[in-house]
Design a protein around this ligand. Structure first.
Ligand SMILES: C[S@@+](CC[C@H](N)C(=O)[O-])C[C@H]1O[C@@H](n2cnc3c(N)ncnc32)[C@H](O)[C@@H]1O
Length: 307
């Protein structure tokens, strides 16, 4: 009975795809396209893009989280156009090569975490709402050499903690939070998401709005997974991956990520490598922001490689 309910839980997703119609429009999907989705997540964008692909289209869904791949495999059932790869999108070139795909027409990246990881048990402590070991790594099989949130929280200097909480979390009270973490770990190690959330909440009590640990959790996750480095690396490879006239669309939720995407696309355009399809980022409508709170900070940009 318990196994059955675990299976059912895996075969559903609570994630609502963000800027769905806009993604479809800017990517201008053609029936025969080969689409590489570097962030398969709950398969929301995948499902709708597959509807635009014809029988000769191809979809490669990549995710660093094996539970996401398992879930989408079950959700979509058998579809010969659909392929899966477990890995980090920073190695997209290798994953494409290993899959035997030769021409890629469209790339999609929808950065960050899915609601499945934040709202359902991930076993990795991504969310302060669920009591889990402090890992926060996307890596599917972390070993002793894998950087985890536990190492960051229990071993990094107070200054480094304050720097990432400020830099990646845009948290004004970063110094106070870093101090509280260091004081707490001097008594005993901080092992779970709930312990960390409580320490942050005690240091900067809630004043309505988001949970006070939201930004700290985001910052630690970005540091653990080198998310900005991964974005820069895949951007550096994407024009080589794309066929002439191919397009890359990126949805970001963090100002530092959006800045990287914006600057890269402007630079590429100046170098004559193609055209920005979006001169300004596309953001969710008021309706979408209300219906899906997670979409509020989303920014979509798209670039087309020269023909
Ligand atoms: C926002 S969700 C994508 C949601 C998806 N577009 C949908 O509509 O269901 C982001 C997904 O990307 C994955 N992810 C984040 N960074 C990654 C990376 N560097 N490499 C591979 N997967 C990554 C996460 O595990 C998560 O499943």
């Amino acid at each position: 009975m318990e196994n059955q309910s675990k299976k059912n839980q895996q075969a559903t997703t609570v994630h609502i795809p963000v800027l769905l119609q806009n993604v479809i429009t800017v990517l201008a999907i053609k029936p025969t396209d080969t689409v590489v989705d570097g962030t398969l997540g709950g398969g929301g964008h995948a499902t709708h893009i597959l509807e635009k692909l014809g029988p000769d289209g191809t979809y490669l869904g990549i995710d660093a989280d094996d539970t996401a791949l398992t879930r989408v495999r079950k959700l979509l059932g058998r579809d010969k156009r659909m392929h899966f790869a477990l890995g980090n999108f920073r190695t997209m070139d290798t994953l494409i090569q290993e899959g035997g795909f030769t021409e890629v027409n469209k790339i999609l990246l929808d950065l960050g975490l899915s609601s499945d990881q934040l709202e359902i048990r991930s076993g990795r402590g991504f969310s302060f709402m669920v009591d889990e070991p402090l890992k926060m790594t996307f890596a599917h099989a972390p070993d002793k050499s894998t950087l985890t949130a536990w190492h960051v929280v229990n071993e990094w200097s107070e200054e480094s903690l304050a720097d990432i909480i400020f830099g990646f979390g845009e948290e004004k009270k970063s110094r106070r939070i870093a101090r509280a973490i260091v004081e707490a770990r001097q008594i005993e190690s901080i092992d779970t998401s709930t312990e960390l959330a409580t320490i942050v909440e005690q240091a900067v009590p809630r004043k309505g709005g988001a949970h006070p640990a939201t930004r700290t959790f985001q910052a630690i996750r970005i540091a653990v997974n080198d998310e900005l480095g991964a974005l820069e690396e895949v951007l550096g490879k994407s024009l080589k991956i794309l066929a002439p006239g191919g397009r890359i669309a990126i949805i970001s939720f963090h100002s530092l990520e959006d800045r990287i995407v914006k600057r890269t696309f402007i630079e590429w355009e100046k170098e004559g490598l193609g055209l920005r399809i979006t001169k300004r980022p596309i953001v969710p409508s008021r309706k979408e922001s209300i219906e899906n709170r997670r979409s509020r900070s989303a920014k979509l940009r798209c670039f087309m490689k020269a023909e």
